[in-house]
Ligand binder design. Structure first.
Ligand code: GLU
Length: 508
């Protein structure tokens, strides 16, 4: 048999913001597709009209754009297997429901909600299946005439899958190995509802995976319980030969490791569980997103890639190209992955370091604007050098302001604790001398200025720490920051002298 072309899909239901676990699922599909030179499809599973949320589809698309995960075909991307939005495929599903009915693999059921409720009250743990279906109102218990009459009268019905009992259903999962489930525990799932003339998730999902020639279904563990039913559906259609391979990814767990990660964990511990900020159109609630929280998309990708998979060694910093090369479903774990959001922060720090100073300077510009500074007043070189001096100290680009504000505005106040410790009665006089020394320096760049100033302090026998810290206090506003003479080089002689004068006036 010739190797099948790799075709995978990410198939979200537009029911709200995309959860970070869904992002990881899409990422793994993307890595797998790229690695095999295959196709990644974006399909919208919107057959449950009750759960449809306006804006969700656009939100999902924008998320992947930001993250740098392009799709090869699907909703908004085009392709030869469309339409890719399930609500636009009604006729296709109708046809396939008809095939199952014709083959006796499915049946029509007329039970009303009230009748089903009554049965549930009568039979403990009621399940619509081989043991109960013959007590219900369906095309297996009613005569052909009765069924036709009910249909002609326009009575609402559903189509149910007829699951044969007592059969071991085997699902071969690339991550979990063989999973065996006895068909008796499955119920006769609803495949189609006349009320909205739409199939349910199960039917639409199988029909589409078949028609779109999907080769591998890589999805979250929460879909594993559906897999036996899906295997039976492939069989009922006679599609076993081209049934996709399954891989069910491990759950994302709470940071503490007990139970599934939820939005509440994010609220409780202060980290986003969505890629982008989400404004819930129904409740008006706003949920934070990785983008708005200041994460770099590369960092989010790297962080997520390692939640449930590892390259087989302890390498952690992996670019998208590395991931495409190294990704391997066989190295995905079966057990859940703790959502160590602090690790996400660490990745962000690492990716800020990895980026060139010039790139980070570009990202810093909007932050400057937020603080009332027009970045256009500075050369790119100035901004780049500022960034180079402080980026090692931050986890987020927006934190650069806290480290570098003094490069843009002279201190308006001076850290009290430092003043107490470093500014004595003698200091104004020494600062006066320092101004003279600085004024006399011809080459104000870091090293030459340092040599001269240190030489002067030594010659005078002044206390090195006290003088240098008072100098720093005057220029920076507190006793911390990058190398003092790197700062003064960038600020220039005039500004440096001005700041010392101001401090002497203010602290006199
Ligand atoms: N529509 C399902 C979801 O929202 C897709 C599950 C699958 O990949 O089969 O995740």
């Amino acid at each position: 048999m010739t190797e099948r072309r790799v075709r995978v899909r990410f198939a979200p239901s537009p029911t709200g913001a995309l959860h970070i676990g869904g992002v990881r699922t899409a990422l793994y599909n993307y890595l797998f597709a790229r690695q095999h030179g295959g196709d990644l499809i974006f399909r919208i599973e919107d057959t449950d009209s009750n759960r449809f949320v306006p804006g969700a589809e656009e939100y999902i698309l924008e998320s992947f754009k930001w993250l740098g995960i392009p799709f090869d075909e699907g909703v908004s991307f085009g392709g030869n297997y469309g339409p890719y939005r399930q609500s636009e495929r009604r006729d296709i599903y109708k046809k396939y429901v008809g095939i199952l009915l014709e083959r006796g693999k499915a049946y029509i059921a007329f039970d009303t909600p009230a009748e089903l409720e009554a049965k549930r009250a009568e039979i403990p743990n009621f399940q619509y299946d081989a043991s109960t279906r013959m007590q219900m109102r369906n095309s297996l218990t009613l005569s052909k005439e009765e069924v036709d009459t009910l249909l002609a009268e326009g009575k609402q019905y559903v189509v149910r899958f007829k699951v044969e009992p007592n059969e071991d259903v085997r699902v071969n999962d690339l991550i979990r190995g063989e999973v065996v489930i006895n068909s008796s525990i499955l119920d006769d799932k609803v495949l189609y509802k006349s009320a909205d003339e739409l199939p349910t998730y199960h039917l639409a999902n199988i029909v589409d995976d078949h028609l779109m020639e999907v080769s591998h279904v890589i999805r979250g563990e929460e879909w594993l319980p559906s897999a036996p039913l899906h295997v039976l559906l492939y069989r009922a259609f006679g599609w076993e030969e081209t049934m996709p391979a399954f891989a069910h990814l491990p759950l994302l767990l709470k940071p503490e490791g007990n139970g599934k990660l939820s939005k509440r964990d994010g609220d409780r511990l202060g980290f986003p569980v969505f890629p982008l900020e989400w404004h819930d159109p129904k409740t008006g609630e706003v949920s934070s997103g990785y983008r708005e929280a200041g994460y770099l998309p590369e960092a989010v990708i790297n962080f997520l890639a390692l939640l449930g998979w590892n390259p087989g060694n302890d390498q952690e910093l992996l670019s998208m190209d590395d991931l495409i090369r190294l990704f391997d479903l066989n190295h995905c774990s079966k057990s859940g992955a703790k959502f160590d959001y602090k690790k996400g922060i660490w990745f962000n720090h690492e990716y800020i370091l990895k980026k060139s100073d010039a790139e980070v300077a570009e990202l810093f510009k909007p932050v400057l604007r937020e603080h009332g500074i027009d970045p256009a007043q500075y050369t790119d070189e100035y901004l780049t050098r500022v960034v180079g001096m402080v980026k090692g100290r931050v986890n987020f680009v927006k934190e650069l302001w806290g480290q570098a504000a003094f490069f843009f505005v002279a201190p308006a106040s001076y850290a009290e604790k430092d003043v107490r410790k470093r500014w004595s009665a003698d200091t104004p006089r020494i600062m006066g001398e320092l101004q003279e020394v600085l004024r006399g320096i011809a080459d104000f760049s870091s090293k030459p200025s340092e040599d001269i100033v240190i030489g002067w302090i030594t010659e005078k026998g002044y206390h090195m720490g006290n003088v240098m810290n008072a100098f720093r206090l005057a220029v920076v506003g507190e006793c911390k920051g990058p190398h003092m003479f790197d700062i003064t080089e960038l600020l220039g002689k005039e500004e440096t002298l001005k700041r010392i004068r101001r401090a002497v006036d203010a602290l006199a």
